[in-house]
Design a protein around this ligand. Structure first.
Ligand code: OGA
Ligand code: MN
Length: 309
């Protein structure tokens, strides 16, 4: 029996979790139940958490090493902690940003994606906390990549089983209208990952796809573009997706290895949105992989193989 109260959002995807105070030190049983829930449901919504920057970061550390913004010590973000990624629209002074370039760059997050697929090391869990939300819009959509994989026709499963894609952050910015040329995209950072992998934590096969995908490796451009579109369209059909409508204090955890997400439109010129994210590095593998409590859940060898891909 789980120590958590779990309400499913979709039949096999997403859960709302209550009956726990994430600001307090957790018992080993509570930690184990939190890990089990994210492994099973892919997205876990914890409403009305009352988390602060400090307790958000503190809680996140249980999952593994946290991503930090480059250039620690310099004030690159508006936060006091380098572990927080800014998914909102405010300036360092806390006003609505009027920076047109920053707005255009943020538009890229409104395309379906999984975080950090454009890096070799990647990130496993993202933990996004709402501080201020717009009155209308700004919901986040989530898509089930294990369910989508399971539902693919066998011929498509066979076709993509051993294919790899190149992922680029700049490519998804270009798609969203950010002024960057194809040459710059090609010259910039790219990472290569398999389209299908085994999701650590559930052992189920999952699509690993995103709007960051620039091309399928070794495929002619028209065919590659068509396959990328077909997979993204298939995987984001209504039967695989739901929207989360935020309230301040909501924490949503998603597993980047078995989900995609996208930000919803909102009036970001006139409405404040303050959303802060911690993100767990996939490499080195999170300590939960080696934790004796999860011996039945994680196969370290499988995890290593995936991280090296
Ligand atoms: C993210 C992201 C979308 C949103 O934080 O990784 O894509 O709705 N956010 O804020
Ligand atoms: Mn994202």
């Amino acid at each position: 029996m789980s120590s958590l109260q779990i309400r499913k959002i979709m039949p096999n995807f997403g859960a709302e979790i209550t009956g726990i105070d994430l600001n307090r030190p957790l018992t080993p049983q509570q930690e184990a139940d939190i890990i089990a829930a994210i492994a099973e449901y892919g997205v876990c919504v914890y409403p009305d958490t009352g988390l602060t920057d400090q307790t958000h970061i503190w809680f996140s550390r249980m999952f593994g090493n946290l991503w930090t913004i480059a250039g620690q010590g310099t004030r690159l973000s508006r936060f006091d902690y380098p572990h927080l990624f800014d998914a909102g629209n405010l300036t360092h002074e806390g006003e609505i940003s009027t920076d047109e370039m920053a707005r255009k760059r943020r538009k890229g997050d409104r395309l379906w994606h999984t975080d950090s697929s454009f890096t070799k090391e990647r990130t496993t869990y993202s933990l996004l906390l709402a501080h201020e939300v717009p009155a209308e819009g700004g919901e986040t959509g989530f898509a089930d990549m294990r369910g989508a994989y399971d539902a693919l026709p066998q011929a498509m499963k066979d076709r993509i089983e051993n294919l790899e894609a190149e992922h680029s952050y700049n490519y998804s910015r270009m798609l969203a209208g950010f002024p960057i040329s194809r040459e710059e995209v090609e010259k910039g950072m790219k990472a290569r990952h398999k389209l299908v992998h085994i999701h650590p934590g559930s052992g189920r096969k999952s699509l690993y796809i995103a709007s960051h995908m620039l091309r399928i490796v070794g495929m002619e451009e028209a065919e590659s573009d068509a396959l990328i579109k077909e997979l993204l369209d298939f995987a984001t059909q209504p039967q695989f997706t739901f929207d989360h409508h935020w309230k301040p204090g909501d924490l949503v955890i998603w597993d980047n290895f078995c989900t995609m997400h996208r930000g919803g439109d909102y009036d970001d010129v006139n409405h404040r949105r303050d959303m802060r994210r911690t993100t767990v590095m996939a490499y080195p593998p999170p300590p939960v992989v080696m934790d004796p409590r999860f011996r039945d859940r994680f196969d370290p060898a499988q995890f290593e193989a995936m991280v090296d891909a």
